[in-house]
Design a protein around this ligand. Sequence first.
Ligand code: SF4
Length: 339
Amino acid sequence: MPIPELEGVIQGLGHSGYRAKQLFRWVHQKKINNFQDMSDLSKAFRTECDTRFELPQLAVHEQHESSDGTIKYVIRLSDDKKVEAVYIPAEDRQTLCISTQVGCKMACAFCATGYQKFSRDLKSWEIVDQLFVVNTPKPITNIVLMGMGEPFDNYDEVMRALQIFSHPFGPQIGKRHITVSTVGISDKIEAFIKADIAKLAISLHGTTDEQRSKIMPINKKYPLTELMDLCRSLTMKRGLRVTFEYVLLKDLNDSDEDARRLVKLVRDIPCKLNLLAYNENPFIDIKRPAEERVLAFQKILLEAHLTTTYRRSRGRDIGAACGQLTTKKADKPALPSPL
Ligand code: SF4
């Protein structure tokens, strides 16, 4: 629970709200998960906590290390379902990519998690505990909610987890060091921006409604044209800069014409574009474009003076890169590409 919620519970039991802050600090900063070890609480209060509350923990089921230093953790939940978290080391930051759902309802055509289908939402503690359960070589400095699941499809639990991540009595991952990635669930975007609790990245992956709907079926509900209007109005109202993610899929959305359409789409929106080359997986027959194609695509964006980065994938050899996360085994022929 975030502190205000915990204070309500503790005060409801007739104790000072200060006890909530103490409990929160023990759990989220000192990583103690046994009430009896919380030495600055009275014995009677510790025993009351033992009878009233639980401090459940996730467990690392498997761990796979990539030659580039990336580590994929397969994490077991209390009902035996599994999610994945990925540690991505870099010189200036240590990032953990965290999951928010078991599977996903969004069914993006290129994504192994979407292929796995949806099983359930994660509770806030299951989102937060991924940070605590992984034993990374260096302490985590950045969090991205880009693992399994669509964060805004589990909005309330994600927002509770974000309040915990950034709290000064918690793990203290500053809000500028946390990024939440969405397929563009427009009716949650405005509330999220207002909450000012983390950075936002929106996945585009297509430049027309027809094309994007085939790659990301959610586009039928939240069409590109409306999404871009929302981004335009939010950036004007709030002086924001939006980050757009665009995964290049060979022969599906990676042509020069696509790049030129992308320029037109975002030209009047203060934004940054992150390009990724698709990471193949055994479930879906979509290919990764050649490096030269990605660079030619990027060149068109750069020539239009759009801030554009091309993120090299990490952890492809262990199935830990974007679009590859799944706890399902490849047991059927790959699905044909959608376009
Ligand atoms: S890309 Fe993200 S939103 Fe789309 S199916 Fe995969 S996990 Fe879900």
